[in-house]
Design a protein around this ligand. Structure first.
Ligand SMILES: [Zn+2]
Length: 119
């Protein structure tokens, strides 16, 4: 008996693809909590430690750039897709924990390391 053949493998391929399609349909998409659906965020290197009104007052150019979106990057939480899966949220939480642990071990802890914008 001859196994496969072009038409047989073609059918197999279609069947597999349909299975993948229906599995994907079951995924629940959640609005990305990192960018709140914007698909982009301000680069966390700029403000993950928190900016104050003072920072903006002392540097008006910086403030202007900041608000105009010059420091925006594609959201690392959702890669710009604006939505994430539950698994991705768990992953982001885990990464934040990992960064916090590493920062504490290094003794250079600051609040910014838990920022989910780091992905
Ligand atoms: Zn996002």
């Amino acid at each position: 008996m001859v196994n496969g053949g072009p038409s047989a493998s073609g059918v197999q391929w279609v069947t597999t693809k349909q299975k993948v399609g229906s599995a994907m349909a079951k995924v629940k998409w959640i609005l990305c909590p990192v960018c709140e659906g914007d698909g982009k965020t301000v680069n966390p290197d700029i403000d993950s430690n928190g900016l104050t009104a003072e920072d903006f007052r002392e540097d008006p150019d910086f403030a202007e750039n900041y608000w105009s979106g010059m420091y925006d990057i594609t959201c690392r939480g959702c890669n710009g897709h604006r939505v994430v899966t539950h698994e991705r949220i768990e992953e982001l939480r885990q990464h934040a924990d990992d960064r916090e642990l590493a920062a504490r071990e290094d003794g250079c802890w600051d609040g910014g390391v838990r920022d989910w914008r780091y992905g």
